[in-house]
Design a protein. Structure first.
Length: 293
């Protein structure tokens, strides 16, 4: 066993030991040499990985949109769709090509990225880690590419239940080209989603919308009307900053239930020019809309 291969196996063991409560995206970005990525539509997708770990490379020939791949004594051909999914399609067929030596998995924690991450697990290591004890952790973290068709894989891999969103209790939002909502508008936006909320200061009773500073409601809270007497906080507006043609908000979820929090996430879809950050993940408007529209 070469040293690079041993490092690969040890990293995979570490990756699969992560708690289900942990987001592995940071680990992926700091250890990119152990992963395949969907950013290239050619043999370098596999060969750069193979070279790092002293593995067998693949060869490829392309005629128009027809791709032929060869690995050891095995060959496979397929047609590109000529769309943004071709990088994933290429890895899907690489997985079939190297199946006798490796099991390739899509890493769910990369779902939000333009360059999806895939983990190639050597078969001898797969026999070691694929146990009943690990089954739940593996299913939480990975999706096999061993499906009868690319379409079935895509349906399975990218359904809502397979998005490990890991949204923290803190959310930062930068909106361009729109005015900061007034306190009254926040109440109305929640009401449109059938959630009745009121403004409050820390540990205080409800305050009418006209008693809330119109553009400076930092450290004020929104809370559901029926929970005001049971809580001291709610959805905290931790930061409120206004610029020439944009505004920035930071939210903190404290004693604010999941349904009301989800309502906030849906409200943010209405902004066409927005960047949303939760922990180390940054979401574009397009990604956010796909999640919460």
């Amino acid at each position: 066993m070469n040293h690079s291969y041993e490092l690969l196996c040890n990293f995979i063991r570490k990756y699969l030991r992560l708690s289900q409560n942990d987001d592995s995206w940071r680990l992926i970005t700091k250890n990119q040499g152990f992963f395949l990525f969907s950013d290239a539509v050619n043999e370098s997708t596999w060969n750069a990985f193979a070279e790092r770990h002293l593995l067998t490379k693949i060869s490829a020939s392309v005629q128009g949109n027809l791709v032929s791949l060869a690995y050891k004594n095995k060959e496979i051909s397929f047609s590109l769709n000529e769309n943004r999914e071709d990088g994933i399609l290429f890895i899907f067929h690489v997985a079939a090509l190297v199946f006798d030596d490796f099991k390739i998995f899509y890493c769910k924690d990369s779902w939000h990225s333009d360059d999806l991450a895939f983990l190639a697990v050597p078969n001898d290591l797969w026999s070691e880690v694929n146990t009943d004890q690990n089954a739940k952790l593996i299913a939480h973290r990975l999706v096999s590419l061993n499906f009868a068709s690319f379409e079935i894989f895509m349906d399975q891999a990218f359904n809502a239940s397979n998005r490990n969103e890991y949204l923290s209790n803190n959310l930062s939002v930068l909106v361009s080209g729109s005015a900061l909502p007034t306190p009254e508008e926040w109440v109305e936006m929640f009401a449109e989603k059938k959630i009745n909320v009121e403004w409050r200061e820390y540990a205080q009773n409800a305050s009418g919308v006209y008693s809330v500073p119109n553009q400076d409601y930092q450290d004020w809270y929104l809370q559901e009307t029926h929970r005001l007497d049971k809580t001291t906080e709610g959805l905290r507006f931790k930061e409120v900053l206004i610029f020439n043609d944009s505004f920035r908000l930071s939210f903190e979820k404290i004693e604010f239930n999941k349904k009301a929090w989800t309502c906030l996430l849906q409200i943010l879809v209405r902004y066409n020019k927005v960047l949303i950050q939760s922990g180390e993940k940054v979401f574009s408007q397009k990604t956010w809309e796909a999640m919460y529209s």
